[in-house]
Design a protein around this ligand. Structure first.
Ligand code: PGA
Length: 256
């Protein structure tokens, strides 16, 4: 299983910032042939980002509508993302769940839409600080997996982003033990939910991933890559994180 390092630009980026994608594309693919590299810029930059990336770096969306087209002012469908060169889309990021009241059922419908359009869906789950303090982190994330991932998905059309809400943009991170424990739990839920395909779906860690900590996180058993927010905005930082990804041959994807 190839690690996936995905950058989520969120609501950042003007055309001048496309030079970062140009820099990433110029070096990333030849430096890290064993790693799947994805950048998810805002929708306004996607077509140009895909052109610049030239297939050396994959381009993804940050959200999609459940339908292919229709009377939905301001929304963008998975088919439209695919049309401008996307190969993936993030669904159910906690900021969309929070800002737009997205439910697990809606996230699942968006993941289905991604599959329909031929995109990889990166379905995000994660607990709040108080849920972790109450000892509910595993059950919350397990519940989100079951309710946000449509049955029938496989490693070809699905990756999971585990992003504790309290770690996003905060500079705080779970301990290695907490990450290993959560990824093992998510793996167990995926196998129960999806059958054998659940064994091969990549589970990415996200939340304050930075160049200094990336190699430690990416080496943890069960971690199949990273979802990177702030540190994906500058090519130098993102390339440093990419450089931390272990080679495929040295990967241990599951806790024995
Ligand atoms: P962060 O964001 O790396 O800035 O914490 C991660 C994310 O929300 O995807």
């Amino acid at each position: 299983m190839r690690p996936l390092i995905a950058g989520n630009w969120k609501m950042h980026g003007l055309r001048a910032d496309l030079k970062e994608i140009e820099s990433i594309a110029a070096t990333a693919a030849k430096l890290h042939p064993d790693v799947d590299i994805l950048v998810c810029p805002p929708a306004t930059l996607m077509a140009e980002a895909a052109r610049i990336a030239g297939g050396r770096v994959a381009i993804g969306g940050q959200d999609c509508h459940t339908e292919a087209s229709g009377h939905h002012t301001g929304d963008i469908s998975a088919e439209m993302l695919k049309d401008v060169g996307a190969s993936a889309v993030i669904t159910g990021h906690s900021e969309r769940r929070r800002d737009h009241g997205e439910s697990n059922a809606l996230v699942a419908a968006k993941a289905s839409a991604a599959r329909r359009a031929g995109l990889l869906a990166i379905v995000c789950v994660g607990e709040t600080q108080s849920q972790r303090s109450e000892g509910d982190a595993l059950s919350i994330c397990g519940g989100q997996i079951v309710a946000s991932v449509p049955t029938g998905m496989t490693e070809a059309d699905l990756a999971i982003g585990y992003e504790p809400l309290w770690a996003i943009g905060s500079g705080r991170m779970p301990t290695s033990h907490e990450i290993i424990q959560m990824h093992a739990h998510i793996r167990k839920c995926l196998v129960l939910h999806l059958g054998p395909h659940g064994k091969s779906v990549r589970i990415l860690y996200g939340g304050s991933v930075n160049p200094a900590d990336a190699s430690g996180i990416l080496a943890l058993p069960g971690v199949g890559g990273a979802l990177v927010g702030g540190a994906s905005l500058k090519a130098e930082d993102f390339l440093a994180i990419l450089g931390s990804a272990p080679s495929v041959s040295s990967r241990r994807l599951d806790v024995a």
